[in-house]
Design a protein around this ligand. Structure first.
Ligand SMILES: Cc1cc2nc3c(=O)[nH]c(=O)nc-3n(C[C@H](O)[C@H](O)[C@H](O)COP(=O)(O)OP(=O)(O)OC[C@H]3O[C@@H](n4cnc5c(N)ncnc54)[C@H](O)[C@@H]3O)c2cc1C
Length: 476
Protein backbone atom coordinates (compact mmCIF):
# COMPACT_ATOMS: atom_id res chain seq x y z
CA UNK A 1 0.00 0.00 0.00
CA UNK A 2 1.34 3.42 -0.96
CA UNK A 3 0.63 6.77 0.64
CA UNK A 4 0.95 8.59 -2.70
CA UNK A 5 1.08 7.39 -6.31
CA UNK A 6 2.22 9.85 -8.98
CA UNK A 7 0.96 9.12 -12.51
CA UNK A 8 3.34 10.36 -15.24
CA UNK A 9 7.13 10.47 -15.23
CA UNK A 10 7.70 13.92 -16.77
CA UNK A 11 9.40 16.86 -15.09
CA UNK A 12 6.28 17.69 -13.02
CA UNK A 13 5.77 14.12 -11.76
CA UNK A 14 9.55 13.80 -11.28
CA UNK A 15 9.99 16.87 -9.10
CA UNK A 16 6.84 16.07 -7.11
CA UNK A 17 8.19 12.55 -6.49
CA UNK A 18 11.48 14.01 -5.29
CA UNK A 19 9.73 16.41 -2.92
CA UNK A 20 7.56 13.57 -1.57
CA UNK A 21 10.69 11.48 -0.99
CA UNK A 22 11.92 14.07 1.53
CA UNK A 23 9.06 12.98 3.84
CA UNK A 24 8.29 9.69 5.61
CA UNK A 25 5.90 8.50 2.89
CA UNK A 26 5.64 5.31 0.84
CA UNK A 27 5.50 6.58 -2.73
CA UNK A 28 5.49 5.25 -6.27
CA UNK A 29 5.69 6.71 -9.80
CA UNK A 30 3.73 5.02 -12.60
CA UNK A 31 4.87 5.67 -16.18
CA UNK A 32 3.31 4.11 -19.26
CA UNK A 33 6.51 4.17 -21.36
CA UNK A 34 9.61 2.01 -21.08
CA UNK A 35 11.52 4.95 -19.59
CA UNK A 36 10.73 8.14 -17.70
CA UNK A 37 10.66 11.52 -19.47
CA UNK A 38 8.95 10.35 -22.64
CA UNK A 39 6.38 13.15 -23.02
CA UNK A 40 6.77 16.89 -23.51
CA UNK A 41 9.52 17.04 -20.87
CA UNK A 42 11.98 15.43 -23.30
CA UNK A 43 11.32 17.67 -26.31
CA UNK A 44 11.10 21.34 -25.40
CA UNK A 45 13.25 24.47 -25.56
CA UNK A 46 14.90 24.01 -22.15
CA UNK A 47 14.46 27.67 -21.30
CA UNK A 48 14.21 28.79 -17.68
CA UNK A 49 11.90 31.71 -18.37
CA UNK A 50 12.27 34.92 -16.38
CA UNK A 51 8.46 35.28 -15.98
CA UNK A 52 7.51 38.51 -17.81
CA UNK A 53 5.32 36.73 -20.36
CA UNK A 54 2.62 35.11 -18.19
CA UNK A 55 -0.63 36.96 -17.40
CA UNK A 56 -0.43 38.63 -13.97
CA UNK A 57 -2.19 36.71 -11.16
CA UNK A 58 -2.21 33.49 -13.18
CA UNK A 59 -0.72 30.26 -11.80
CA UNK A 60 1.71 30.40 -14.74
CA UNK A 61 3.04 33.77 -13.55
CA UNK A 62 3.24 32.74 -9.89
CA UNK A 63 5.02 29.40 -10.41
CA UNK A 64 7.25 30.71 -13.24
CA UNK A 65 8.79 33.42 -11.08
CA UNK A 66 9.13 31.13 -8.04
CA UNK A 67 10.51 28.25 -10.13
CA UNK A 68 13.06 30.54 -11.80
CA UNK A 69 14.34 31.55 -8.35
CA UNK A 70 14.59 27.89 -7.22
CA UNK A 71 16.24 26.48 -10.36
CA UNK A 72 19.86 27.24 -9.46
CA UNK A 73 19.69 25.42 -6.12
CA UNK A 74 17.70 22.44 -7.43
CA UNK A 75 20.03 21.89 -10.38
CA UNK A 76 23.12 22.24 -8.25
CA UNK A 77 21.81 19.64 -5.76
CA UNK A 78 20.96 17.26 -8.58
CA UNK A 79 24.21 17.78 -10.52
CA UNK A 80 22.28 19.11 -13.52
CA UNK A 81 23.72 21.76 -15.83
CA UNK A 82 22.03 25.16 -15.61
CA UNK A 83 23.30 28.36 -17.24
CA UNK A 84 21.97 31.79 -16.35
CA UNK A 85 22.54 33.19 -19.88
CA UNK A 86 19.80 35.86 -19.82
CA UNK A 87 17.14 36.33 -22.46
CA UNK A 88 16.42 39.00 -25.06
CA UNK A 89 13.00 39.67 -26.59
CA UNK A 90 13.92 41.38 -29.83
CA UNK A 91 11.74 44.06 -31.45
CA UNK A 92 11.72 44.72 -35.21
CA UNK A 93 9.24 47.63 -35.43
CA UNK A 94 8.05 50.62 -33.40
CA UNK A 95 4.92 48.68 -32.46
CA UNK A 96 7.07 45.84 -31.14
CA UNK A 97 9.18 48.34 -29.17
CA UNK A 98 5.89 49.37 -27.49
CA UNK A 99 5.13 45.69 -26.78
CA UNK A 100 8.47 45.51 -24.97
CA UNK A 101 7.26 48.29 -22.63
CA UNK A 102 4.13 46.23 -21.91
CA UNK A 103 6.22 43.13 -21.23
CA UNK A 104 8.52 45.09 -18.92
CA UNK A 105 5.49 46.36 -16.99
CA UNK A 106 3.96 42.89 -16.85
CA UNK A 107 7.25 41.44 -15.64
CA UNK A 108 7.42 44.03 -12.85
CA UNK A 109 3.84 43.16 -11.82
CA UNK A 110 4.81 39.47 -11.77
CA UNK A 111 7.82 40.23 -9.56
CA UNK A 112 10.58 39.62 -12.12
CA UNK A 113 13.84 41.36 -11.13
CA UNK A 114 16.69 42.65 -13.34
CA UNK A 115 14.94 43.62 -16.56
CA UNK A 116 15.62 46.56 -18.86
CA UNK A 117 14.90 47.72 -22.39
CA UNK A 118 18.04 48.15 -24.47
CA UNK A 119 18.57 49.91 -27.78
CA UNK A 120 20.11 48.56 -30.97
CA UNK A 121 23.69 49.47 -30.09
CA UNK A 122 23.67 47.54 -26.80
CA UNK A 123 21.78 44.66 -28.43
CA UNK A 124 24.44 44.31 -31.14
CA UNK A 125 27.17 44.47 -28.49
CA UNK A 126 25.49 41.56 -26.66
CA UNK A 127 24.57 39.63 -29.82
CA UNK A 128 26.69 40.55 -32.85
CA UNK A 129 24.80 38.11 -35.11
CA UNK A 130 21.39 39.71 -34.51
CA UNK A 131 19.58 40.83 -37.68
CA UNK A 132 20.34 44.27 -39.15
CA UNK A 133 16.66 45.14 -38.82
CA UNK A 134 16.46 44.57 -35.05
CA UNK A 135 15.70 47.82 -33.19
CA UNK A 136 16.10 46.89 -29.54
CA UNK A 137 15.22 44.28 -26.94
CA UNK A 138 13.86 43.53 -23.51
CA UNK A 139 16.81 42.13 -21.59
CA UNK A 140 15.84 39.79 -18.73
CA UNK A 141 18.97 38.85 -16.84
CA UNK A 142 17.33 36.06 -14.81
CA UNK A 143 16.49 33.99 -17.92
CA UNK A 144 18.43 30.73 -18.18
CA UNK A 145 18.80 27.36 -19.88
CA UNK A 146 18.67 23.82 -18.48
CA UNK A 147 18.58 20.33 -19.97
CA UNK A 148 14.96 19.21 -19.46
CA UNK A 149 15.52 15.44 -19.59
CA UNK A 150 18.64 15.64 -17.42
CA UNK A 151 16.58 17.48 -14.79
CA UNK A 152 13.66 15.00 -14.99
CA UNK A 153 15.86 11.90 -14.84
CA UNK A 154 17.98 13.29 -12.01
CA UNK A 155 14.91 14.24 -9.94
CA UNK A 156 13.39 10.77 -10.34
CA UNK A 157 16.76 9.08 -9.70
CA UNK A 158 17.26 11.15 -6.54
CA UNK A 159 13.73 10.29 -5.32
CA UNK A 160 14.44 6.58 -5.93
CA UNK A 161 17.75 6.84 -4.06
CA UNK A 162 15.62 8.22 -1.22
CA UNK A 163 13.19 5.29 -1.29
CA UNK A 164 10.63 6.04 -4.04
CA UNK A 165 9.50 3.17 -6.28
CA UNK A 166 9.19 3.39 -10.07
CA UNK A 167 7.03 1.22 -12.33
CA UNK A 168 7.61 1.76 -16.05
CA UNK A 169 5.49 0.10 -18.80
CA UNK A 170 2.55 0.76 -16.41
CA UNK A 171 -0.18 2.56 -18.31
CA UNK A 172 -2.96 3.53 -15.93
CA UNK A 173 -6.15 2.28 -17.57
CA UNK A 174 -8.57 1.97 -14.64
CA UNK A 175 -8.99 3.38 -11.13
CA UNK A 176 -11.43 2.02 -8.55
CA UNK A 177 -12.07 2.67 -4.85
CA UNK A 178 -11.60 0.28 -1.93
CA UNK A 179 -12.86 2.08 1.15
CA UNK A 180 -10.97 5.39 1.30
CA UNK A 181 -8.16 4.09 -0.92
CA UNK A 182 -7.67 3.93 -4.68
CA UNK A 183 -6.79 0.80 -6.66
CA UNK A 184 -4.87 1.74 -9.81
CA UNK A 185 -4.78 -0.79 -12.68
CA UNK A 186 -2.27 -1.15 -15.50
CA UNK A 187 -3.05 -2.29 -19.05
CA UNK A 188 -1.91 -5.80 -17.99
CA UNK A 189 -4.07 -5.97 -14.87
CA UNK A 190 -1.25 -5.16 -12.41
CA UNK A 191 -2.58 -3.15 -9.47
CA UNK A 192 -1.29 -0.76 -6.82
CA UNK A 193 -3.23 0.55 -3.83
CA UNK A 194 -2.76 4.10 -2.61
CA UNK A 195 -4.28 6.76 -0.37
CA UNK A 196 -3.51 9.70 -2.75
CA UNK A 197 -3.10 10.02 -6.52
CA UNK A 198 -1.34 12.92 -8.25
CA UNK A 199 -2.27 13.14 -11.93
CA UNK A 200 0.78 14.42 -13.87
CA UNK A 201 0.02 12.55 -17.09
CA UNK A 202 0.59 15.50 -19.45
CA UNK A 203 -1.21 14.88 -22.73
CA UNK A 204 -2.85 11.78 -21.13
CA UNK A 205 -4.14 13.72 -18.09
CA UNK A 206 -7.71 14.16 -19.33
CA UNK A 207 -8.03 10.38 -19.82
CA UNK A 208 -6.57 9.68 -16.37
CA UNK A 209 -8.90 12.18 -14.63
CA UNK A 210 -11.79 10.62 -16.58
CA UNK A 211 -11.05 7.30 -14.83
CA UNK A 212 -12.49 8.76 -11.59
CA UNK A 213 -15.28 10.59 -13.43
CA UNK A 214 -13.55 14.01 -13.39
CA UNK A 215 -14.41 15.76 -16.67
CA UNK A 216 -13.66 19.30 -15.47
CA UNK A 217 -11.09 20.08 -18.19
CA UNK A 218 -10.03 19.12 -21.70
CA UNK A 219 -6.48 18.76 -23.00
CA UNK A 220 -5.35 19.79 -26.48
CA UNK A 221 -2.02 19.36 -28.29
CA UNK A 222 0.12 22.05 -29.92
CA UNK A 223 3.17 20.72 -31.74
CA UNK A 224 6.54 22.50 -31.76
CA UNK A 225 9.22 21.50 -34.29
CA UNK A 226 12.93 22.17 -33.77
CA UNK A 227 16.27 22.09 -35.58
CA UNK A 228 19.43 21.31 -33.58
CA UNK A 229 22.87 22.48 -34.71
CA UNK A 230 26.14 20.78 -33.85
CA UNK A 231 28.28 21.98 -30.96
CA UNK A 232 30.69 23.36 -33.56
CA UNK A 233 28.19 26.27 -33.82
CA UNK A 234 28.08 26.77 -30.05
CA UNK A 235 28.58 30.42 -29.19
CA UNK A 236 26.75 31.58 -32.32
CA UNK A 237 24.53 33.40 -29.81
CA UNK A 238 25.08 33.88 -26.08
CA UNK A 239 21.59 34.75 -24.86
CA UNK A 240 18.21 33.24 -25.69
CA UNK A 241 16.69 35.35 -28.47
CA UNK A 242 12.88 35.55 -28.66
CA UNK A 243 10.54 37.35 -31.02
CA UNK A 244 7.90 39.50 -29.33
CA UNK A 245 5.11 37.14 -28.23
CA UNK A 246 1.76 36.87 -29.99
CA UNK A 247 -1.59 35.22 -29.09
CA UNK A 248 -0.11 31.89 -30.28
CA UNK A 249 2.78 32.00 -27.82
CA UNK A 250 6.41 32.97 -27.55
CA UNK A 251 7.26 32.03 -31.14
CA UNK A 252 10.51 30.68 -32.53
CA UNK A 253 13.70 31.26 -30.56
CA UNK A 254 17.41 31.00 -31.19
CA UNK A 255 19.40 29.78 -28.20
CA UNK A 256 22.38 27.82 -27.04
CA UNK A 257 21.71 24.62 -25.12
CA UNK A 258 23.54 23.78 -21.89
CA UNK A 259 25.58 21.25 -23.87
CA UNK A 260 26.79 23.89 -26.32
CA UNK A 261 24.52 23.09 -29.29
CA UNK A 262 22.32 25.73 -30.92
CA UNK A 263 18.54 25.24 -30.88
CA UNK A 264 16.14 26.80 -33.40
CA UNK A 265 12.36 26.54 -32.92
CA UNK A 266 9.64 25.70 -31.97
CA UNK A 267 6.70 26.10 -34.32
CA UNK A 268 3.17 26.07 -32.89
CA UNK A 269 0.64 23.89 -34.72
CA UNK A 270 -2.59 22.43 -33.29
CA UNK A 271 -2.52 18.63 -33.56
CA UNK A 272 -5.37 16.21 -32.91
CA UNK A 273 -3.12 13.67 -31.17
CA UNK A 274 0.30 13.30 -29.58
CA UNK A 275 1.99 13.50 -33.00
CA UNK A 276 5.73 14.20 -32.74
CA UNK A 277 6.63 13.85 -36.44
CA UNK A 278 8.54 16.73 -38.03
CA UNK A 279 7.46 18.14 -41.40
CA UNK A 280 9.19 19.88 -44.29
CA UNK A 281 6.89 22.91 -43.91
CA UNK A 282 7.39 23.12 -40.16
CA UNK A 283 11.17 22.96 -40.42
CA UNK A 284 11.20 25.49 -43.27
CA UNK A 285 9.29 27.96 -41.09
CA UNK A 286 11.86 27.43 -38.32
CA UNK A 287 14.63 28.22 -40.82
CA UNK A 288 12.81 31.33 -42.13
CA UNK A 289 12.22 32.75 -38.64
CA UNK A 290 15.76 31.95 -37.45
CA UNK A 291 17.09 33.84 -40.50
CA UNK A 292 14.82 36.78 -39.65
CA UNK A 293 16.26 36.86 -36.15
CA UNK A 294 19.97 36.38 -36.98
CA UNK A 295 22.47 36.77 -39.80
CA UNK A 296 24.51 33.82 -41.14
CA UNK A 297 22.66 31.09 -39.22
CA UNK A 298 25.04 28.10 -39.58
CA UNK A 299 22.40 25.70 -40.89
CA UNK A 300 25.13 23.57 -42.51
CA UNK A 301 25.77 22.33 -38.97
CA UNK A 302 22.26 20.82 -38.58
CA UNK A 303 22.51 17.43 -36.89
CA UNK A 304 18.89 16.58 -36.18
CA UNK A 305 15.30 17.79 -35.98
CA UNK A 306 12.58 16.81 -33.52
CA UNK A 307 9.18 17.86 -32.19
CA UNK A 308 7.36 18.03 -28.87
CA UNK A 309 3.63 18.45 -28.20
CA UNK A 310 2.53 21.03 -25.64
CA UNK A 311 -0.45 19.77 -23.65
CA UNK A 312 -2.59 22.81 -22.95
CA UNK A 313 -5.98 22.87 -21.28
CA UNK A 314 -9.20 24.76 -22.00
CA UNK A 315 -8.76 26.94 -18.89
CA UNK A 316 -5.59 28.50 -20.46
CA UNK A 317 -3.70 28.30 -17.17
CA UNK A 318 -2.09 25.49 -15.17
CA UNK A 319 -4.61 23.39 -13.22
CA UNK A 320 -3.06 22.48 -9.87
CA UNK A 321 -5.86 21.49 -7.50
CA UNK A 322 -7.69 18.73 -5.70
CA UNK A 323 -10.31 17.15 -7.93
CA UNK A 324 -13.90 18.12 -7.12
CA UNK A 325 -14.78 14.40 -7.54
CA UNK A 326 -12.36 13.18 -4.86
CA UNK A 327 -10.08 15.41 -2.76
CA UNK A 328 -7.42 12.69 -2.51
CA UNK A 329 -6.94 12.94 -6.29
CA UNK A 330 -4.82 15.94 -7.26
CA UNK A 331 -4.65 17.25 -10.83
CA UNK A 332 -1.42 18.89 -12.08
CA UNK A 333 -2.49 19.28 -15.66
CA UNK A 334 -2.42 21.66 -18.59
CA UNK A 335 1.20 22.29 -17.64
CA UNK A 336 2.43 23.81 -20.91
CA UNK A 337 5.22 26.39 -21.05
CA UNK A 338 6.56 27.67 -18.59
CA UNK A 339 6.05 24.29 -16.91
CA UNK A 340 9.69 23.25 -16.99
CA UNK A 341 10.70 26.49 -15.27
CA UNK A 342 7.84 26.20 -12.78
CA UNK A 343 8.41 22.54 -11.90
CA UNK A 344 10.31 22.93 -8.57
CA UNK A 345 7.78 25.50 -7.32
CA UNK A 346 4.79 23.39 -8.42
CA UNK A 347 6.28 20.38 -6.61
CA UNK A 348 6.71 22.32 -3.38
CA UNK A 349 3.14 23.69 -3.54
CA UNK A 350 1.51 20.32 -4.32
CA UNK A 351 3.29 18.45 -1.55
CA UNK A 352 3.51 21.06 1.21
CA UNK A 353 0.21 22.84 0.60
CA UNK A 354 -2.23 20.45 -1.11
CA UNK A 355 -1.17 17.25 0.69
CA UNK A 356 0.34 19.03 3.73
CA UNK A 357 -3.01 20.70 4.48
CA UNK A 358 -4.58 17.25 5.13
CA UNK A 359 -1.65 15.23 6.44
CA UNK A 360 1.02 15.78 9.03
CA UNK A 361 4.13 15.37 6.88
CA UNK A 362 7.19 14.12 8.78
CA UNK A 363 10.61 15.07 7.37
CA UNK A 364 12.82 12.09 6.49
CA UNK A 365 16.01 12.33 8.57
CA UNK A 366 17.99 10.33 6.01
CA UNK A 367 16.86 12.38 2.96
CA UNK A 368 19.85 13.20 0.74
CA UNK A 369 19.09 15.95 -1.80
CA UNK A 370 22.37 15.47 -3.69
CA UNK A 371 23.09 13.42 -6.82
CA UNK A 372 26.32 12.99 -8.76
CA UNK A 373 26.21 14.51 -12.27
CA UNK A 374 25.38 11.99 -14.99
CA UNK A 375 28.05 12.76 -17.51
CA UNK A 376 31.06 13.87 -15.69
CA UNK A 377 34.04 11.95 -17.05
CA UNK A 378 35.04 14.07 -20.06
CA UNK A 379 35.19 17.20 -17.91
CA UNK A 380 37.83 15.74 -15.58
CA UNK A 381 41.56 16.42 -15.76
CA UNK A 382 43.85 13.76 -17.29
CA UNK A 383 45.08 12.87 -13.79
CA UNK A 384 41.53 12.43 -12.49
CA UNK A 385 40.58 10.33 -15.52
CA UNK A 386 43.62 8.10 -15.06
CA UNK A 387 42.71 7.63 -11.39
CA UNK A 388 39.23 6.38 -12.31
CA UNK A 389 40.51 4.15 -15.15
CA UNK A 390 42.99 2.52 -12.74
CA UNK A 391 40.04 1.26 -10.65
CA UNK A 392 37.66 0.58 -13.53
CA UNK A 393 39.03 -0.18 -17.00
CA UNK A 394 35.63 0.42 -18.66
CA UNK A 395 36.25 4.17 -18.26
CA UNK A 396 39.24 3.77 -20.57
CA UNK A 397 37.09 2.69 -23.53
CA UNK A 398 35.35 5.36 -25.61
CA UNK A 399 32.03 4.10 -27.05
CA UNK A 400 30.56 7.35 -28.46
CA UNK A 401 33.32 9.07 -30.40
CA UNK A 402 31.42 12.28 -31.16
CA UNK A 403 30.58 13.02 -27.51
CA UNK A 404 33.54 11.12 -25.99
CA UNK A 405 31.38 8.91 -23.79
CA UNK A 406 33.00 5.89 -22.15
CA UNK A 407 31.74 2.37 -21.54
CA UNK A 408 31.92 3.07 -17.78
CA UNK A 409 29.41 5.91 -18.06
CA UNK A 410 27.04 3.74 -20.12
CA UNK A 411 27.21 0.93 -17.54
CA UNK A 412 26.54 3.46 -14.81
CA UNK A 413 23.42 4.73 -16.66
CA UNK A 414 22.14 1.14 -16.93
CA UNK A 415 22.74 0.41 -13.24
CA UNK A 416 21.82 3.62 -11.42
CA UNK A 417 18.35 5.02 -10.70
CA UNK A 418 16.25 5.25 -12.83
CA UNK A 419 17.89 2.41 -14.83
CA UNK A 420 18.26 2.89 -18.60
CA UNK A 421 16.67 -0.07 -20.38
CA UNK A 422 16.95 0.95 -24.03
CA UNK A 423 19.33 2.78 -26.37
CA UNK A 424 17.57 6.17 -26.25
CA UNK A 425 17.41 5.96 -22.45
CA UNK A 426 21.21 5.57 -22.39
CA UNK A 427 21.47 8.50 -24.82
CA UNK A 428 19.41 10.82 -22.58
CA UNK A 429 21.53 9.93 -19.55
CA UNK A 430 25.00 9.95 -21.08
CA UNK A 431 24.79 11.82 -24.44
CA UNK A 432 26.08 8.68 -26.24
CA UNK A 433 24.50 9.10 -29.71
CA UNK A 434 23.75 12.81 -29.38
CA UNK A 435 26.74 14.03 -31.39
CA UNK A 436 27.31 14.72 -35.04
CA UNK A 437 26.81 11.13 -36.25
CA UNK A 438 23.62 10.75 -34.13
CA UNK A 439 24.50 7.22 -32.98
CA UNK A 440 25.47 5.90 -36.43
CA UNK A 441 28.70 4.55 -34.96
CA UNK A 442 27.91 3.77 -31.31
CA UNK A 443 24.31 2.51 -31.36
CA UNK A 444 25.16 -1.22 -31.87
CA UNK A 445 27.84 -1.03 -29.16
CA UNK A 446 25.39 0.57 -26.72
CA UNK A 447 22.83 -2.17 -27.52
CA UNK A 448 25.50 -4.82 -26.88
CA UNK A 449 26.37 -3.29 -23.51
CA UNK A 450 22.65 -3.14 -22.52
CA UNK A 451 22.25 -6.83 -23.47
CA UNK A 452 25.38 -7.85 -21.54
CA UNK A 453 24.64 -5.82 -18.40
CA UNK A 454 20.89 -6.53 -18.12
CA UNK A 455 20.63 -10.06 -19.55
CA UNK A 456 18.08 -8.86 -22.17
CA UNK A 457 18.75 -10.94 -25.36
CA UNK A 458 20.39 -8.70 -28.02
CA UNK A 459 17.46 -9.09 -30.44
CA UNK A 460 15.09 -7.85 -27.71
CA UNK A 461 17.05 -4.65 -27.00
CA UNK A 462 15.00 -1.69 -28.25
CA UNK A 463 15.66 1.86 -29.37
CA UNK A 464 12.88 3.30 -27.19
CA UNK A 465 10.60 0.55 -25.85
CA UNK A 466 8.39 -2.22 -27.24
CA UNK A 467 8.03 -2.19 -31.03
CA UNK A 468 11.38 -0.48 -31.67
CA UNK A 469 13.61 -3.58 -31.56
CA UNK A 470 16.90 -2.85 -33.35
CA UNK A 471 17.38 -6.20 -35.09
CA UNK A 472 14.95 -8.92 -36.15
CA UNK A 473 17.21 -11.93 -35.64
CA UNK A 474 20.39 -13.71 -36.71
CA UNK A 475 21.07 -13.86 -40.46
CA UNK A 476 24.32 -15.86 -40.46
C1 LIG B 1 7.62 22.46 -27.81
C2 LIG B 1 7.65 22.77 -26.34
C3 LIG B 1 8.49 23.77 -25.85
C4 LIG B 1 8.51 24.07 -24.49
N1 LIG B 1 9.45 24.96 -24.01
C5 LIG B 1 9.51 25.20 -22.68
C6 LIG B 1 10.53 26.04 -22.17
O1 LIG B 1 11.42 26.49 -22.88
N2 LIG B 1 10.50 26.35 -20.84
C7 LIG B 1 9.54 25.86 -20.01
O2 LIG B 1 9.54 26.23 -18.83
N3 LIG B 1 8.60 25.00 -20.47
C8 LIG B 1 8.58 24.64 -21.77
N4 LIG B 1 7.65 23.77 -22.25
C9 LIG B 1 6.68 23.20 -21.32
C10 LIG B 1 7.25 22.00 -20.58
O3 LIG B 1 7.92 21.13 -21.45
C11 LIG B 1 6.10 21.28 -19.90
O4 LIG B 1 5.40 22.21 -19.10
C12 LIG B 1 6.54 20.14 -19.00
O5 LIG B 1 7.43 19.29 -19.68
C13 LIG B 1 5.31 19.38 -18.55
O6 LIG B 1 5.72 18.23 -17.88
P1 LIG B 1 4.68 17.13 -17.43
O7 LIG B 1 5.40 16.28 -16.46
O8 LIG B 1 3.41 17.78 -16.99
O9 LIG B 1 4.25 16.35 -18.75
P2 LIG B 1 5.02 15.26 -19.63
O10 LIG B 1 6.47 15.53 -19.70
O11 LIG B 1 4.29 15.18 -20.91
O12 LIG B 1 4.86 13.91 -18.80
C14 LIG B 1 3.66 13.19 -18.75
C15 LIG B 1 4.01 11.71 -18.61
O13 LIG B 1 2.82 10.98 -18.33
C16 LIG B 1 2.90 9.73 -18.99
N5 LIG B 1 1.53 9.21 -19.09
C17 LIG B 1 0.52 9.70 -19.87
N6 LIG B 1 -0.58 8.95 -19.68
C18 LIG B 1 -0.28 7.99 -18.77
C19 LIG B 1 -1.00 6.92 -18.19
N7 LIG B 1 -2.28 6.68 -18.50
N8 LIG B 1 -0.37 6.10 -17.30
C20 LIG B 1 0.93 6.32 -16.97
N9 LIG B 1 1.67 7.32 -17.52
C21 LIG B 1 1.08 8.15 -18.39
C22 LIG B 1 3.55 10.08 -20.32
O14 LIG B 1 4.14 8.96 -20.93
C23 LIG B 1 4.59 11.12 -19.89
O15 LIG B 1 5.84 10.52 -19.60
C24 LIG B 1 7.63 23.41 -23.60
C25 LIG B 1 6.80 22.38 -24.10
C26 LIG B 1 6.84 22.04 -25.44
C27 LIG B 1 6.06 20.87 -25.91
Amino acid sequence: MFDVVVIGGGVIGGLILRKLSSYELKICLLEKSNDVCMGQSKANSGIVHAGFDAKPNSLKAKFNVLGNKMMKEVTSELGVKFINNGSLVVAFSDDEMKTLEDLLERGRTNGVPDMEIIGREELVRLEPKVSDSALGALYAKTGGIVCPYELTIAAIGNAMDNGAELKTDFEVTRISKKGDNFIVYSQDGETVETRYIINCAGYGAQKVAGLIGDDSFTIGGRKGEYILLDRESGGFVSHTLFFTPTEKGKGILVSNTVDGNVLLGPTAEEVPENDTATSADGLQSVINKAREMCKDVPLYNTITSFAGVRSYCDRHDFIIEKSAVDDKFINCVGIESPGLTSSPAIAEYVVDKLIGSDEELVKKESFNPYRKPDYFFKNLSVEEKNGIIKNDKTYGKIICRCEQITEGEIIRAIKENPPAKNVDAVKRRTRAGMGRCQGGFCQPYVAEIIARETGIPFEKVTKSGKGSELVIGVTK
